[in-house]
Structure formats: structure tokens, C-alpha cells
Design a binder for this molecule. Structure first.
Ligand code: VGL
Ligand code: ZN
Length: 225
């Protein structure tokens, strides 16, 4: 499959680069290797893509304080336990990205974004994906991308095995071509990150390093295989 990296058609989705998911900000759900150098790389890559004319979209995990995904919302539960809710399995996380708290903020200059898509606001449903919540309700991301004539996406962020995977997989299902920038993604655990990458490759997602996308993209009208 050859996907044109035309800057008008190719948008960028920066997934959940928020304080609570980083060691850098001592987040409540800090993902491994999310130190300052990781955030610096994500910021630099995002600025470079923006300067090449790509539209940048961000997702933001944005929960009410009684959210169903928090272990504190359930009696006698501990962090990282999995429970069944209405036939769905739900991992119980430490409270994170609570609306109005500093660590819910996105750690990238917000003026770079064409739009920020918030998710996980319904207290009853989780939403790893930036496209749909666990109740199948659309977030608005698909309509926003379509209104900007985007048909191809460069995706990176946190966490590889949860929100990045869910967002990238739903992007493919929604008809977008998807490139994932591997080193700009970090996962919660090694084994789930490895299986997430395999699943994404099987779904047709192209795993790249940033320089591969960016170098090719310097030359106009060029394509990446
Ligand atoms: C995420 C767990 C809970 C993520 C969000 O951004 O990957 N993970 N909420
Ligand atoms: Zn969450």
C-alpha cells in the first residue's frame, strides 16, 4: 500500500500527552520512559509536522472525578484490577486526567492544534479511542477530520497498548490510512505493547520511525511505501 503524504490530506493525531500519563509530571498513571526527553521529542516532532503544513489534532482523556474507570469509584477494589461491567471488561485505573486538574492538561503548546478532542467525559463509559466511547458514541473526531479533508493520519502518543492502539484501530476501521510513529509512543506494559503493535500491523497500520516520515515528506509529491 502506498499512501501519499500530501500535507493537506495527512493529519496528525497526538494521543493523550497529558501530565498524568508521564513520569515527567509525576502523573498518577505514569507510563514507563515518559521522562522529559520523551516529551521534548514529541513536542519537537509535532512542531516540525506543523511547520510542514500538516493539521495537528490532539486527544485528551478528560474524566469526571467519579469516572467508572477509577478504582476509587468501586467498593473494595484495587488499582489495575479488571472487572466486568455490562459484559465489557474494564481495567480499574488510579484516578487520572480529572477535569479541572493540572495533570489533565496537554503538555504541548495548545495553539499548535487545529482541534482538541476530549473523551471519557461520560462517567459511565470509558473511551480509550479518540473516535468512539465504549458505548459506541462518536466523539466528533471523524467529522472534524472529514471537514478538513484528512484521509491519512500520523498517530503517536500515550499509551501504545491502550489509547494509541484503540485510536489507530478505529481510524483504520473508519477508512483512514494510518502511520504510527513507534518511538513517539510508550506503553503501560511490555507484553501488551508488543501485542498491540502486532495487532496494529495486522490491521494494516504502518509502523515507522519519525525520520522515515519526515525525510520523505520534505520532498513534495513524494510517497512513502
Ligand atoms: C489511557 C488508561 C486509562 C491512555 C487512558 O491514554 O492510554 N490509559 N485512560
Ligand atoms: Zn482514562
Amino acid at each position: 500500500m502506498t499512501i501519499p503524504l500530501d500535507r493537506n490530506q495527512t493529519g496528525v493525531i497526538v494521543v493523550d500527552i497529558q501530565g498524568d500519563f508521564t513520569l515527567f509530571k509525576h502523573g498518577s498513571l505514569a507510563v514507563q520512559q515518559t521522562d522529559q526527553s520523551y516529551i521534548d521529542k514529541v513536542v519537537a516532532a509535532t512542531k516540525q509536522l506543523k511547520s510542514k503544513g500538516h493539521k495537528i489534532f490532539a486527544t485528551q482523556d478528560f474524566h469526571p472525578e467519579n469516572h467508572i474507570s477509577f478504582y476509587t469509584s468501586h467498593k473494595d477494589k484495587t488499582p489495575y484490577e479488571t472487572i466486568e461491567i455490562d459484559g465489557r471488561s474494564q481495567i480499574l485505573w488510579p484516578p487520572h486526567c480529572v477535569q479541572g486538574t493540572e495533570n489533565a492538561d496537554i503538555l504541548i503548546d495548545n495553539t499548535l492544534f487545529t482541534a482538541i478532542i476530549q473523551k471519557g467525559m461520560n462517567p459511565k463509559y470509558d473511551s480509550y479511542s479518540g473516535f468512539f466511547d465504549d458505548n459506541g458514541i462518536k466523539t466528533g473526531l471523524d467529522n472534524i477530520l472529514k471537514s478538513h479533508q484528512v484521509d491519512t493520519l500520523i498517530v503517536y502518543g500515550l499509551a501504545t497498548d491502550y489509547c494509541v492502539k484503540a485510536t489507530a484501530m478505529d481510524a483504520v476501521k473508519s477508512g483512514y490510512g494510518v502511520f504510527l510513529i513507534e518511538e513517539l509512543c510508550k506503553g503501560v506494559s511490555e507484553d501488551t505493547t508488543e501485542s498491540a503493535l502486532k495487532e496494529m500491523i495486522s490491521a494494516g497500520i504502518k509502523i515507522k520511525i519519525f525520520d522515515q516520515v519526515f525525510e520523505r515528506n520534505k520532498k513534495r509529491n513524494q510517497t512513502v511505501k
